[in-house]
Ligand binder design. Sequence first.
Ligand code: SAH
Ligand code: SF4
Ligand code: F3S
Length: 442
Amino acid sequence: MAGLAYHLTTFGCQMNVHDSQRIEGLLESLGYEEVAEASLADLILLNTCSIRESADRRLATQLGNAKRFKAARPGVVIGVGGCWAQSLKDEVFARYPFVDVAFGPGQVDQLGAFLLSDSLTAQGYFEFEGFTADLPMRAKQTAAAWMQISVGCNQRCSYCIVPSTRGLERSRPLEDLVAEAERLVSRGAREITLLGQNVNSYGRDLRPQRRSFAELLVAVDAVDGIDRLRYMSPHPQDIGAEVIAAHVELESLCEHIHLPLQSGSSKILKAMRRTYNRERYLERVAMIREAVPEISLTTDIIVGFPGESEEDFQQTLSLAEQVKFDAAYTFCYSPRRGTEAAGIAERVVSPELASERIGRLIEVVQRSAHQRAQRFVGHRVEVLVEGHSRTNLERLRGRTRHNKAVNFDGIAEPGELIEVEIDRASSASLGGRATLVASATR
Ligand code: SAH
Ligand code: SF4
Ligand code: F3S
């Protein structure tokens, strides 16, 4: 087996990045080596995403390339994993006959079994039983690490493909997560982000002992040597007083919450099956800001959901004006196969109208992000150094506890926590210079 080369392309979210690290660990344990060009690989893998149509389009290009490489070198094996593969299941082979193996997010380990078998026929693996977190992992060791605390999602947001591609929520045991956090920190991690589709419901499925997300935060915060703790994403329905209090009590827990809104209209939230309304969202924001006044709040918003009237959209705009987010990811609604919302045929918002609305929303969000960022100007903030600035190699880049990117002058190594005096702030990033103090205080 030694000497075989693989090339893996990852699409989508951190869940897929995480699964890809497991795929790499698995392949290397089988003797495969990574190559930089897909055209040189014996095994071409695509770890796919299907969250919006744009993700499908990006994938189509890569699949076309893989097909060409295989035509030139017929022994090449092509595999597709991840959410897109799961959502199409066996249809993948009918539509893309050059694919040899397809597997869903819960079946990464089956890829190993397939590669070791003499099977010449295409195989698909789509059950939800596997847990990639139990597989060996090849991760580039960085100061900021991710930890998957659960897989799947028990919510049923009517627009979302994730419950059907990742299955029901399963939490990893708290002890395993603490052990993984200790391992990460011992290898140089200073910041850990806990990852799940709805982190607040963590642990409700664990037996014999149920656990809560707040308990997990306390346990990971207690790991020796952890400087920063983050999580993504909480669900506005479930984020409670205990988790908010943890932001005050736990030293490592950062002053940032990503709280996905989706819409400011209660009518649209109901159609989206988000299980909270405008008032409840605003209440949560008030609770959070009361506990940690300077916290950064970021969000996800969808525009153009079927039935969204100008009035509904105005509600989203006014909520964004009122909350003043530090940043927001904005998306035009994209119908996904098999979801409830994809079946809605009435009052569909045209792509032109959706893009006109998203433009207006981005303006509001950028204005508040710019305004909010000014609070850091003239202050010294703690920065976790990531490397060189993307636009100017003479400057450095890092992130604050509030999750703002900072470009700054100074001398420091990736992974160092340093103090930076901020002299400029925009909606996207801060600018400044490192102070001469060796290590930052908060
Ligand atoms: N579990 C997370 C989100 C995962 S998907 C949560 O609930 O917060 C990330 C974001 O993609 C969502 O918050 C939503 O804003 C967006 N999204 C999901 N499905 C979409 C669709 N069909 N069309 C447009 N945006 C979508
Ligand atoms: Fe999708 Fe909703 Fe689950 Fe998030 S909470 S993954 S948007 S179903
Ligand atoms: Fe992530 Fe895309 Fe799946 S966003 S959970 S890889 S559909």
